[in-house]
Design a binder for this molecule. Structure first.
Ligand code: HEM
Length: 437
């Protein structure tokens, strides 16, 4: 016994621990790559046996590109982790997001969880009933009627965008110059959302620059991929909470506080008579809760949801508008057809509104194509297979498997997947076969 204790030096313990870890890693790799029920799903064995290739791709910012390459190689159903499958099949979205009740594919708690110190929001809520309740409280701001009422607010910023871009290009005139459309579209979408949510714009268009709050978001987006990848390792995540520098935590809190202040100012300011997103939440949230405990939708959730929505609703819109302009500039024929449709339909700017724009078949096709070619959210955070398991696109997925309904990708990487139903919005003319392809 004494001689055994003598040999238990720190060095020996480290070596023994290292060997034990290696053995564990190799055994679990073999199990997940070759024996686990998901081993029948196509995909590289290295990704199926270990989560590390996936995480490496995620933190380098390469995931969307790697997934396209892997889908090309392995097909429309692809295993990308020990318990993770991604789909690029046109039926995947309906099969994953369609089911209700016990068969529902709820949001997966590893991903859909607020970062420490930030309250719950609609987007991060994984509990089916709670999510449905929050969503119902937010829904009045998104009805067709409500959107029509919000139109004058949106118009104001679109007009400002056009005049600011004209001002920017005026000095260079015919000789040409550069316009950073991504910035201008983001200025507009953040300003619109700021107004619809908080009743005050971020004033990006007026200043011709990002509000500091928005600039910080873009600065932290890369760090967020790193933080997200740690979520697979709860022990590391717990330790990390203690080692994150105070300054980082403070920056995060200050960032959130801006939304809290904006929501408070908006609540203090008026009786929610203005037809915007916040009025809808406040009136419906109060109405919903009055039948329950009379307290209204908890303010924490309102703050959390507006914090998330400010980014989700603005950056996504800015990105897809930029992608649309970019693709049109590189496809002069399509641009000319689109201009022709618009000029042939309207005699003056005054005739252009949400309702009349909905009837423009070619314009809507262009927008849908842009969303298909350049989806702003390229990697949908995963859903969880229901406890009893389920079939998706011909593959049996055991309960609890994390996977992604990757509907945005399937037609991009494989032009043959473009079926008529993706083009139902296009007139039957030759353009349908090559728009943006
Ligand atoms: C082109 C623009 C947009 C794109 C491509 C986009 C895309 C998405 C995607 C992919 C999701 C995740 C769906 C899921 O997996 O459940 C999502 C969720 C969401 N988006 Fe957008 N979005 C856009 C604009 C907006 C705007 C303008 C708003 C609001 C002003 C908005 C509000 C939301 C909300 C509230 C959710 C969460 C829904 C829920 O949890 O039930 N989005 N969006």
């Amino acid at each position: 016994m004494d001689s055994l204790i003598e040999h238990l030096t720190t060095r020996n313990l480290a070596i023994t621990g290292g060997i034990a870890f290696l053995v564990y890693y190799v055994v679990s790799f073999i199990y997940f790559a070759f024996i686990h029920p998901l081993s029948k799903v196509p995909g590289p064995r290295t990704w199926g046996g270990s989560r590390l290739p996936f995480l490496w791709s995620l933190v380098r910012g390469n995931l969307p590109h790697d997934l396209i390459s892997l889908h090309r190689k392995y097909g429309q159903v692809l295993r990308i982790g020990p318990d993770e499958v991604t789909f690029s099949h046109p039926d995947a979205f309906n099969q994953i997001c369609g089911p209700t009740g016990a068969q529902q594919f709820l949001k997966h708690p590893t991903w859909w969880r607020p970062f420490p110190g930030i309250p719950l929001s609609m987007i991060w809520s994984v509990d089916g009933d709670q999510h449905a309740y929050i969503r119902k409280c937010f829904s009045p701001g998104f009805t067709m009627r409500s959107l029509r009422e919000q139109e004058p607010i949106v118009d104001r910023y679109v007009d400002l965008l056009v005049s600011r871009i004209r001002e920017t290009i005026a000095p260079v005139g015919e000789s040409g110059g550069e316009v950073d459309f991504l910035r201008w579209f983001n200025y507009m979408s953040f300003d619109v959302f700021g107004d619809l949510a908080f009743g005050e714009s971020f004033e990006c268009l007026e200043r011709g620059d990002y509000h500091q709050w928005i600039a910080n978001i873009f600065r932290h987006i890369k760090a967020m991929a790193g933080l997200a990848s740690i979520r697979f390792y709860p022990t590391i995540e717990k330790v990390l909470v203690y080692v994150v520098p105070k300054s980082f935590r403070k920056a995060q809190q200050d960032h959130f506080q801006l939304v809290v202040d904006k929501v408070r100012r908006r609540i203090e300011r008026d009786g929610f008579t203005r037809p915007d997103i916040m009025s809808g939440v406040m009136i419906q949230g109060h109405h919903e809760a009055s039948g329950k405990d009379g307290k209204g939708l908890p303010l924490d959730i309102v703050n959390g949801t507006f914090s998330e929505l400010t980014i989700a609703g603005s950056e996504s819109t800015g990105s897809v508008l930029t992608a649309t302009i970019n693709t049109l500039i590189h496809n002069p024929g399509i641009l000319a057809t689109l201009v022709g449709e618009i000029r042939g339909t309207f005699r003056s700017e005054a005739e252009i509104n949400f309702d009349t724009l909905r009837d423009l078949k070619y314009l809507n096709a262009v927008i849908n194509e842009s969303l298909r070619m350049s989806p702003p959210i390229r990697w949908l955070p995963p859903r969880q297979c229901p406890p009893g398991g389920n079939m998706v696109c011909g593959y049996w997925l055991p309960g609890g498997v994390r996977f992604l309904p990757r509907v945005a990708f399937h037609v991009r990487w494989d032009p043959n997947r473009v079926t008529d139903r993706h083009f139902h919005h296009l007139p039957a003319d030759p353009t349908r076969s090559h728009i943006f392809s």
